[in-house]
Design a protein around this ligand. Structure first.
Ligand code: NAD
Length: 488
């Protein structure tokens, strides 16, 4: 039987293949920006987007009431439809994300959306438990909070909106988002996608909401609104502090600065490739991505050699200094003191774009800029979120662990190690106390990409929920039947 394939389908297949090839790139269309904003996509009005936070909360409350009246099976139908649309429109969200924020890579963002569609748990995550005994039967069920207020970042905007929506809806909640203003069109596209999925699966037309122009003020209205029962924030230290002082139940997913240790028992060619693959994923935007390396001195030259074979460019001392002046800028705080902070115009940019800023042309095969520094260098201390990777030589495992733990700054977020020495691996994992610890793999294995386990883009270290999923957004309720329903 002959199968006819149209030209459009062929180019889609080629594009899909290209996207899955390591290092492959698909450019965001130049004209894209005229076609979307925070309230429309190609002339189609986005559903669930409001100009006032109180109105958004009232609309979500109606959606939540409709969801409450539905069965868990119906909830799961909505989630199945969210997964389907996310797979189908992953590339659109990736393109808007790069075009709007100027950060990251279309091919990698596409892969992140597919990961969310495939590996975010649904209603299977909220199984009830029962306990029976001489005194009868006790049921423990995972109930919704009601309305969740979710603050989302610019680094994984639509990925976080969809991942949180799947988990929060699976748990039976309605969700109001106050997304990052710099990624508002991308985030609101994802909000609309969730609402389209809800409607198509027989759910309410507006189940999740967002703002046309989110501000700190709209976040503050959300935080103090009586209908918002749970706050979930994904971002840097400022926002985590803000929601934790709100007086409400809050889940905080904060900043990381993941160190990597490479000892002299590691498979060095593999470690070099894994580290460069992880560090350059979406141009280092994920909070779990490798940010600084502590390498045993006796294998550092080899490690650098193999990193260079995997698309790393070794910066000279002068180039490192020049780049430091560009990617870190002075900021004067409320206390009048000036300190260095990351230059937002460099975050998530391609290695070639960063090199261009110091007047050096490199071709697109360069995906990471590596340099040797000492421990106190700001490239080690600051969470750069750029494909720049400092390498610090260390004497032995004691020095490696000591410095890596200090570089992680007590975030307890993510750390990595390449080693075959079980004692070294165990010692570092115990000392660093991170939510995610990845051994002998790229960082993204820690969120289910080539590693076992489900995915999330909200990793709640500070408040302890860890790799969040539907159950993180529930409250436990107990129902007791004394002396009966115990049938043995
Ligand atoms: P950001 O901290 O600049 O912004 C995050 C969100 O918080 C945005 O929506 C922003 O508008 C809002 N916000 C900031 N201050 C606020 C305040 N005082 N009150 C209310 N809202 C406020 O983060 P970003 O640059 O978009 O993302 C990068 C940061 O987020 C990095 O530090 C990264 O490590 C972290 N991050 C963590 C996770 C995680 O799962 N732990 C995931 C993604 C990003």
């Amino acid at each position: 039987m002959a199968i006819e394939i149209s030209e459009a389908q062929i180019s889609q297949i080629v594009e899909n293949v290209l996207r899955t090839m390591p290092g492959a790139k698909v450019a965001a269309p130049a004209e894209a920006k005229a076609e979307w904003d925070s309230t429309q996509y190609r002339g189609r009005t986005l559903t669930g987007i409001f100009t006032d936070m109180n109105t958004a909360i009232a609309a979500t409350q109606e959606g939540y009431k409709a969801l409450r009246a539905m069965t868990v099976e119906q909830r799961e139908k909505i989630i199945t439809e969210i997964r389907r649309l996310t797979r189908e429109e992953a590339h659109i969200m990736a393109q808007i994300g790069v075009a709007e924020t100027g950060m990251g890579r279309v091919d990698h963002k596409t892969a992140k959306h597919l990961l969310v569609a495939n590996k975010t748990p649904g209603t299977e995550d909220i199984q009830p438990t029962a306990r029976t005994g001489d005194s009868g039967l006790t049921l423990i069920e995972m109930a919704p909070f009601g309305l969740v207020g979710s603050i989302t970042p610019s680094t994984n905007p639509s990925e976080t909106v969809i991942c949180n929506s799947i988990g929060m809806i699976a748990a039976g909640n309605g969700v109001v988002f106050n997304p990052h203003p710099n990624a508002i069109a991308t985030s609101n596209y994802a909000v609309d996608l969730v609402n389209r999925a809800s409607k198509a699966a027989g759910g309410p037309e507006v189940l999740v909401c967002s703002m046309a122009k989110p501000t700190l003020e709209s976040a503050s209205v959300m935080q103090s609104h009586p209908l918002i029962k749970l706050l979930v924030c994904t971002g840097g230290p400022g926002v985590v502090r803000a929601v934790l002082s709100s007086g409400k139940k809050a889940i905080g997913a904060g900043a990381g600065n993941p160190p990597v240790i490479v000892d002299d028992t590691a498979d060095i060619p593999k470690a070099a490739k894994d580290i460069i693959d992880g560090c350059t994923f979406d141009n280092n935007l994920p909070c779990i991505a490798e940010k600084e390396v502590f390498a045993f001195a006796n294998i550092t030259d080899d490690l650098i050699h193999y990193m260079r074979q995997n698309g790393a460019y070794l910066l000279s001392r002068e180039q490192t200094a020049a780049l430091e002046k560009i990617v870190l800028v002075d900021q004067t705080g409320k206390d009048g003191k000036t300190r260095k902070v990351i230059n937002r115009k460099c975050v998530g940019r391609d290695a070639a774009v960063l090199m261009d800023k110091i007047g050096v042309k490199v071709d697109s095969s360069v995906r990471c800029l590596i340099c040797e520094t000492d421990f106190n260098h700001l490239f080690v201390q600051e969470e750069l979120m750029m494909p720049i990777l400092p390498i610090v030589r260390v004497r032995d495992i004691d020095e490696a662990i000591d410095l890596a733990v200090k570089a992680e700054h007590g975030n307890r977020h993510t750390a990595h190690m390449h080693s075959k020495n079980v004692d070294h691996l165990t010692r570092f994992a115990r000392a660093v106390e991170t939510t995610i610890f990845v051994k002998n793999a790229p960082s993204y294995a820690g969120i289910g990409f080539g590693g076992e386990g489900h995915t999330t883009f909200t990793i709640a270290g500070p408040t302890g929920e860890g790799i969040t999923s539907a159950r993180s957004f529930t409250r436990q309720r107990r129902c007791v039947m004394a002396d009966s329903f115990h049938i043995i």
